[in-house]
Write a protein that binds this ligand. Sequence first.
Ligand code: ATP
Length: 266
Amino acid sequence: MTSSALAGAGAGDGRDAEVATSVLRADDVAVHFGGVKAVDGVSIVLTPGRLFGILGPNGSGKSTLLAALTRLVPLTRGRLEFEGRRYDRVRPHTIAARGVARTFQTVRILPGRTVFDNVALGAESAGSGSKAERGRARERVRRAIERTGLSGKERHRPDELSYGHQRRVEIARAIASEPTLLLLDEPTAGMNRQERDDITGLLADLRAEGLTQLLIEHDVQMMVDACDHLFAMNFGALIAEGEPEAVVRHPAVQEAYLGTQGRAHA
Ligand SMILES: Nc1ncnc2c1ncn2[C@@H]1O[C@H](COP(=O)(O)OP(=O)(O)OP(=O)(O)O)[C@@H](O)[C@H]1O
């Protein structure tokens, strides 16, 4: 499906101008695993300073799209650009070094290392080895720890933390690299209401500071409240995009959530 066939509340007028100032642009991206078309012909444009969301039922291809955007899975076809530079052939660490940070659906932190050390892994990837750089990196780590509500837990190890706090360590590590684009795969999964509100508040603060974000979450109301622009996926394809309220009312999105689910999409 082409973007012109989508809900398109935010994809019509001014699209050319949006493309010219895009942080990230993905064109006709496909990721097939054998016969499974996990992502199949997705085109998206992320413009600066906005909070974008991806909605879709289980298995619709959201995480695979994030993996494609961070070069963790090879593209079956398609083209990727970050800040105007093509990157669909570069290695994951190269695109991370250029300013794309992410968190994963399942917590990926080093069990034997402290909170501070885990967060520092993000800051180190942004800095060189000089003494001044190391000092600045430590400052970024301290700031990321403070912003994610982990102050006082710097010397704790992950197994001494609640699941919600382990997820915060991941977010802290991602923002410690001071990225241009932050990709978050279900950052509030497993959190209680208060913890979720804390995280969505943090994402809103980061947005206010101009950080471009792409968020996956299943809570539709939370996505409508948090995001400037939603992409809806089903069976590996984009089925709607645009202003959040319009996207969730779109018939194809309603059908994806309320209609037949769990069909094979090989
Ligand atoms: N490495 C893989 N090998 C084979 N199939 C895969 C692989 N990764 C994902 N898939 C399949 O691709 C499809 C899309 O999966 P993906 O995890 O991207 O969906 P999702 O929308 O993120 O789902 P969820 O909301 O449950 O996390 C699913 O059918 C999944 O089983």
